[in-house]
Design a protein around this ligand. Structure first.
Ligand code: NAP
Ligand code: G4F
Length: 329
């Protein structure tokens, strides 16, 4: 009997890779999508004949209950969220509704309909914020630095609480930054790969960025979604850090990306204070030892491989456009 999985956030970066992976494992895959006047299906267009899409919204408990009743899933991957950190200062209340109470709505819906459904919650290294220890592990205290980080801490603890209160199989993956050619254009890796491609092809003459000294632990999204699945295949539920164990400054990301296109980054990159944040997370570096030893998880793509993959993908995408659309940020 094949298993059924619901993915909330199926139209996002991680949802698209996870849907592909679960289809390859023989799953029936149901994507939860919110209503939009302009559907955002570009990341899953190639999967539309193999996955089912069902309407529901993190803001609407009844829609999630109905979805679980109709689909009867074995696993629920809760990837849907407001995921862009700067936007969380603009919409702190809505961010909490999605990323905090949205998680409670998913957990409570599962509890009411079928508490045996296994649930994955997308926690984030942003919860460590002003880091209390280096590297960050599962037991490192949290100190979030944005409304997004705060909202994810709530989502993390409510998942743990439903596990402990009701014996539900609910796990959180504390995932460090993971990127791909499907990353949103507003995130720094994709902004840089897209910017390099535009400059190389003559569509732009500069790239405005914020803090070049911030350091992140960046991996490839296609590797990270496998850890989500592994967590739900264990005998008992637990939380895991998923990271590479390496950290790199934004400046190094920029150097590698421009160099890959034979460009001198210092001629093109401008620091624009508009892209600085009210409070920054200066350094993230995760310790994936537990995921490696208990899940058998490892990453395949290294930092340079990730950045060059993204630059190549944006060059290929844009070289057929006479006048490409403006980047978002
Ligand atoms: P993403 O590309 O921004 O995708 C977010 C998804 O959430 C989209 O499918 C979006 O749908 C959906 N969504 C947002 N609000 C919703 C609502 N009210 N109801 C239903 N769906 C809603 O994010 P991602 O990079 O794939 O990340 C997936 C998850 O992992 C997120 O929870 C994120 O916070 C978390 N995370 C990401 C990283 C990372 O580095 N990528 C690291 C740690 C944790 P639309 O298409 O309709 O907008
Ligand atoms: O790419 P970013 O916007 O990602 P950030 O804030 O680390 O958040 C991402 O990773 C989290 C996991 O730690 C996820 F939970 C979250 O959903 C999201 O996927 O920024 C990375 C760094 C920051 O320090 C930022 O200040 O890059 C710096 N940066 C420098 N210039 C910039 C820019 N970030 C953006 N977005 N745009 C810039 O121009």
């Amino acid at each position: 009997m094949s298993k059924t999985a619901v993915i909330s956030g199926v139209t996002g970066q991680d949802g698209s890779y996870l849907a592909e992976f679960l289809l390859d494992q023989g799953y029936r895959v149901v994507g939860m999508v919110r209503r939009s006047s302009a559907p955002n299906l570009w990341r899953i267009e190639h999967l539309l004949d193999r996955i089912e899409l069902r309407p529901a919204d993190l803001l609407d408990q009844l829609s999630i209950v109905r979805l679980i009743e109709d689909v009867q899933p074995d696993e629920f991957y809760n990837l849907a969220a407001m995921s862009f950190v700067p936007a969380s200062w603009d919409t702190p209340l809505l961010t909490g509704e999605f990323n905090s109470q949205g998680v409670t709505r998913v957990l409570e819906s599962i509890r009411q309909v079928n508490p045996k459904v296994r649930m994955y919650q997308a926690s984030s290294s942003e919860m460590y914020g002003k880091v209390r220890a280096v590297p960050q592990r599962e037991d490192t205290p949290f100190h979030p630095r944005s409304p997004y980080g705060v909202s994810k801490v709530f989502g993390h603890y409510i998942t743990m609480n439903y596990r402990e209160s009701y014996g539900m199989f609910a796990c959180s993956g504390i995932l460090f930054n993971h990127e791909s050619p499907r990353r949103g254009l507003e995130f720094v890796t994709r902004k840089v790969s897209d910017g390099v491609a535009r400059i190389k092809l003559g569509f732009a003459d500069s790239l405005a960025l914020g803090n070049l000294d911030a350091r992140r632990d960046w991996g490839f999204a296609g590797d990270y979604i496998k850890a989500m699945w592994l967590m739900l295949q264990q005998d008992s539920p637990d939380d895991f850090v998923v990271a590479t164990g390496e950290t790199h400054p934004v400046r190094e990301l920029v150097q590698i990306a421009f160099q890959h296109a034979d460009l001198d980054w210092e001629k093109f990159v401008k620091v624009d204070p508009r892209f600085l944040r009210p409070a920054e997370v200066d350094l993230l570096i995760g310790d994936p030892t537990k995921a490696r030893t208990e899940l058998g998880w490892h990453r395949d793509v290294d930092f340079k491989g990730l950045i060059t993959m993204m630059v190549d993908a944006d060059l290929a995408r844009l070289e057929h456009h006479a006048v490409p659309a403006q980047p978002l940020a």
